[in-house]
Design a binder for this molecule. Sequence first.
Ligand code: AMP
Ligand code: ZN
Length: 493
Amino acid sequence: MQLYEEQKIQIYNTLSGKKETFKPIEEGFVGMYVCGPTVYSNVHLGNVRTFMSFDMVFRYLDHLGYKVRYVRNITDAGHLENDADTGKDKITEQARKEEIVPMEVVQRYTVDFHNVLNTFNFRPPSVEPTATGHIIEQIELIKTIIDNGFAYVVNGSVYFDVHKFDETNNYGILSKRKLEDLIHNTRTLDGQSDKKNPQDFALWKRAEPQHIMRWPSPWSDGFPGWHLECTAMSSKYLGDNFDIHGGGMDLKFPHHECEIAQSEAAKGKAPVNYWMHANMLQLNGQRMSKSTGNVVNPHELLSGENKFFSKAFTPSVIRFFNAQSSYRSILDLTDDGLLASEKGFYRLMDAINLLSSIKASDTSTFNVSEWRQKCYDAMNDDFNSPILIAHLFEAAKHINQINDNKASLTSEDLELLKKTMNAFTFDVLGLVNVTKSDTGTDKLAGAIELLIEIRQQARANKDFVLSDKIRDDLAEKGIQLNDGKDGTTFTTN
Ligand code: AMP
Ligand code: ZN
């Protein structure tokens, strides 16, 4: 028997606006698609948060015994500035700035993306398709949409006819927008556009002569629209109707709304049963976004070289910080928040590391089976990781009490506790067991604190030669000792 047969998950479905019991199309199998990055710049921590939330979803489904096919694409063409049909191509524009060809941009930032995800202990998806690797599928899809009467060709570009689609279907079903309101809120076309209506979106764009990333098609030498790429790749690997589609909240409209419209126009059915949207990461109260410059890159947070945070943090502390709030809540990245998570993370690791030396007893003072089910209940409730973590801390408290001979567990309960703690902490949350002394910066801090202690002893013994030597030699290495009324602290540069 698989765990999924006894543990029933509720997923908050953006489509219905409520939590629904998860029932996969085929029992025991889950198809999940998550929109991947547009590889034109280094990923920032906001991007990482969204992918980390879906990594946790993937891990939990896998833990329950589902056979998951997780598809996360790489957008390496067709994504224009402002997510619109006009404006520059993000990758081409970056290529111009860096004086390299677009495919070098793609390679550079795909490698960065993978490196960052590896650092944070992500599981790779089952398939990672690229948009440029699926041009043929996209052309075929456009042909079908045209044949079904939902797209039109103008000057070598193909546009989706939103108004025509809305006559028989519902454009706005996901984002809860109404076409009349959209019409009301958009400026009329200035005669410059090929589109019949401003709400229409490009499936294929004819390339201007200077546009390098171009492919032949029945309509023109050009490139596909960003929304179309995801429809082509998700349906190729998961079918015309699959279980879960995820992405950041900002992709709900227009990107995901357009994906639904394209699939319904081409195949006559809704593509996705459960739409999941991860909420945004903020940096000191403001959304993290490349366009406003309010960003911190992962390596800046891991190295401590940034203007926002007082110290460096390890990848697992950042993962733990992320899991301490629900994927559907806005999360504000602050120094205080990270410092608190760091403390909590090491407290949890210390308790887990005690487990190997704890001895079983004849009686149990803690109901392990009941506690285990509470952990599952938390994750079954729309992947509620903060509640799960509260339960892990409850177990940590008991482990510490057992270690102090104030509580006990039978060997059977002890085994179940170990197995459950390890499964949720490492397999599901994806944390790595590091203790404080494993991290380089903490080792260094420990060594400096030791030197401060020796210097204090030297001063107490009036050995000023030694005490000054310690201070001066450290200063030469960029470590300043600051004598204050509460003792000596240090700063590094
Ligand atoms: P992009 O490469 O811009 O298409 O973004 C990749 C993913 O990161 C998308 O799913 C976005 O929704 C997500 N994303 C962008 N900014 C943030 C943020 N501040 N917090 C969380 N996710 C974000
Ligand atoms: Zn997408």
